[in-house]
Design a protein around this ligand. Structure first.
Ligand code: BGC
Length: 735
């Protein structure tokens, strides 16, 4: 439809119809009707409002969506189609590793492929928009939603934001196999005070702009269709009604011209924040801030009509929002084909198709991070007697908290995979214990929680595990968090494994100290105990539908772990938020300095247990000193920094060589180092290669003291190595 027609349509719509467009309803209402109507009435939403709603959240399935769309359009005065939206985060029915794990792959192009395949399944099931990517920068492992992010680094997050957006949206929103992407949560949601979800965010303008905004910007530059507001405050004003943030920063400065949607109920919540005086005030503020769609607070349908009729809100503001929504519907091609990709036959074919399962397996394999491997404990060897022990040995729930459409029944467990892929190996299997301590109740999760069986059952599991450990040459313990312990509303103040699993680890390792631990979790954990009682540690995150086979392949040496940590693993919770790109202090501490008055703790080290960018493989590499092709450059020149990398181990392997820069003195203090590039190299034993990075002036820019994005002449340090712990450096001068 051309723009003139959209304008004519808008012009012809009644006020009620226009308000309908800016209101998102729950799909439950359309499929379950009566049961869900109660909460809607509480929100002040009537059946008439529902009949005019513009978008739907949370309903899927080709046939169902086709039927709803048909019925809805027939009764709508202007036959305007609905947009169907849902959180397709790490996959639709085929579930890929959680986003934090995808970050660990350091391979945005692989995430692009996962997003493309997720879009293909979801679009066939009738969906039009996904609420992904989540590009919030995260530095605090207590926050449960770190699992939805790609980590703590501004550069890496930007690469993933762009790749995922492109993956979902493909060559255009109207395609039968694409989804509109929605970058979230704008802005700064990843920095809640003390890691508590929904809590206040307090960031300096400089930190906010330099670290938190760039990943959203990367999605905007990749033409993301929607942006979602965040629950938190920005500069003490809830983001959802923060006019400066939305109109000045997002729209004007960052150039976003798509649809802005609130987070779930967020407009109404600005009252509890202590900003809006009532629901009418909240609706007015949100519309004035430029929020186009009210997701589930009901304040728009309840209050906008009265506000506009009384002249408290200008109708042009509503028109502006409605036009953006109509434009989105137009870009999605819904006026021409309201069913877009919905196709029941194709849905059957693509969901969990071998191609998608293969991709899920590959993505999982590439996301595992080997944190420790003393004495080349891994890979396991066929001639060894092995015991696989722990609550994750035969667990189907490897999907993570946002896998609404994922069905744990589709998952291949580690045990299932091992019985098939390593059928001629000597492996025994024992559960040992449940994931959670018997007495743990996670507040608000109701019946989702599992019961732990009777004390006798628990004892039997325990003894079976001890027997298995006794008989084995090597034990692999499969331990982790419960999937409900990460994700939204899942902040934790203790970052350890559940106690029962810690006890299992202690007991098993006292029976047989030849222990490797494989971890399933959605956040960095305090791994001190795991470290103490194991020879090897493999971080497997929540690896998705094909997590089992991917793990068996890596553990048995069919491939090596190649992931690198996208977030620092703290020494203990007392360190968080801990991130590698911290600022220097006036009293820097370098171990083992004995001076009392330095920036350090009395009882724990400054360094995280495992730093950002870190990860081992099954071979070892030597990285030479950094060489620069010249010592000085002007703004229009570049410098080439190189190292020689050699595989000094005994098997072919891959390393991720990382470039970090540091501005030694500037108008504001600069981080001790910042990732500016990386390259993957695969080398045979003994083979060496030169890895080079071109450093340009653009890479040296930052948010300067006078608020401009620029570089400043002076000395810079160049560090190239295998993780953010790299120390060896060379220097150059920017003239
Ligand atoms: C979450 C969003 C999500 C939305 C819709 C909210 O609670 O914060 O990330 O997209 O629900 O499911």
């Amino acid at each position: 439809m051309d723009h003139k027609k959209l304008e004519a349509l808008l012009h012809d719509m009644s006020l009620k119809e226009k308000i309908g467009q800016v209101f998102q309803i729950s799909g439950q209402l359309l499929v379950e009707d009566a049961a869900a109507m109660g909460p809607m009435q509480e929100m002040g939403v009537t059946k008439e409002d529902l009949a005019l709603a513009g978008t739907v959240l949370g309903v899927t399935g080709a046939e169902r969506i086709q039927n709803i769309q048909k019925e809805y359009m027939e009764q709508h005065p202007h036959h305007i189609p609905l947009i169907f939206m849902l959180d397709v985060i790490n996959g639709y029915r085929t579930v890929y590793p959680i986003p934090l794990a995808q970050g660990a792959s350091f391979q945005p192009e692989l995430s692009k492929e996962c997003a493309r395949m997720a879009a293909r399944e979801a679009a066939a099931a009738g969906l039009h928009v996904t609420f992904s990517p989540m590009t919030d920068l995260v530095r605090d492992a207590r926050w449960g939603r770190v699992m939805e992010s790609t980590g703590e680094d501004v550069y890496l997050n930007g690469l993933f934001a762009k790749a995922m957006t492109q993956g979902y949206q493909g060559d255009g929103l109207a395609g039968a196999e694409t989804l509109g992407a929605c970058v979230k949560h704008f802005a700064g949601y990843g920095a809640p005070d003390a890691g508590r979800d929904y809590n206040t965010v307090q960031l300096t303008e400089r930190t906010f702009r330099e670290y938190y905004l760039p990943a959203y910007q990367a999605a905007v530059d990749a033409k993301v269709a929607l942006v979602m507001t965040s629950f938190n405050t920005v500069n003490d004003i809830p983001a959802t009604v923060n006019k400066t943030l939305m109109r000045d920063i997002l729209r004007k400065e960052m150039g976003f011209d798509g649809v802005l949607i609130s987070d779930f109920g967020a407009i109404g919540e600005t009252i509890a924040h202590g900003l809006s005086s009532d629901r009418a005030d909240a609706a007015r503020r949100a519309l004035e801030a430029g929020v186009d769609i009210d997701m589930m607070s009901g304040a728009y349908p309840e209050k906008l009509e009265q506000l506009i009729r009384e002249g408290q809100v200008k109708e042009e503001l509503l028109d502006e929002a409605v036009m953006r929504i109509l434009e989105l519907k137009n870009k999605l091609g819904l006026f021409e084909n309201p069913y877009k990709g919905a196709d029941a036959e194709k849905e059957e074919q693509v969901i969990l198709c071998p191609e998608n399962r293969a991709l899920a397996r590959k993505a999982a394999e590439q996301s595992f991070v080997l944190l420790k491997n003393d004495g080349d404990f891994l890979p396991l060897k066929k001639e060894e007697k092995i015991a696989f022990i722990g609550p994750y040995v035969n667990r189907k729930q490897l999907l993570g908290g946002w896998s609404f459409l994922g069905d744990a029944a589709d998952t291949v467990t580690v045990e299932e995979a091992a019985r098939e892929m390593a059928s001629d190996w000597s492996i025994t299997f024992a559960q040992g214990c449940q994931v959670l301590d018997p007495e743990t109740r996670l507040v608000g999760f109701g019946n989702d929680q599992e019961t732990c069986g009777s004390p006798d059952d628990q004892q039997a599991l325990w003894e079976e595990a001890c027997d298995a450990a006794r008989e084995a040459d090597k034990v692999v313990l499969f331990l982790g968090e419960h999937f409900l312990q990460t994700g939204e509303a899942a902040s934790r103040g203790v970052l350890e494994l559940p106690q029962v699993q810690q006890r299992l680890l202690e007991e098993i390792s006292s029976i047989n100290p030849q222990v490797a631990v494989v971890l399933f979790n959605g956040r960095p954990l305090d791994l001190r105990l795991v470290n103490e009682h194991s020879q090897a540690i493999l971080e497997a995150w929540m690896p998705g539908t094909e997590g089992g086979p991917a793990l068996v392949r890596v553990l048995t040496g069919g491939s090596e772990p190649v992931g690198r940590l996208p977030m620092s693993f703290p020494y203990c919770v007392g360190q968080v938020p801990v991130h590698y790109d911290e600022f220097p202090t006036g009293r820097p501490y370098h171990e083992p300095d004995q001076n009392r008055f330095l920036s350090k703790y009395l009882d724990i080290p400054n360094r995280p247990l495992y730093p950002f960018g870190y990860g081992l493989g099954y071979t070892a590499f030597a990285v030479s000193k950094v060489r620069l092709d010249k010592q000085e450059m002007t703004a229009d020149e570049t410098i080439t920094a190189s190292v020689t990398v050699q595989n000094v181990g005994h098997r072919t392997g891959t390393d991720v060589i990382q470039l970090y820069l540091h501005d030694v003195s500037a108008s504001v203090v600069r981080p001790v180092k910042q990732l500016k590039g990386y390259q993957r190299v695969t080398l045979e034993p003994g083979q060496e290669t030169q890895v080079s990075f071109e450093i340009s002036e653009e890479m040296l820019r930052f948010y300067t003291a006078d608020g401009t994005w620029a570089s400043e002449p002076g000395v810079f340090e160049v560090m190239i190595g295998e993780s953010s712990a790299v120390e060896q450096k060379a220097e150059f001068l920017l003239r």
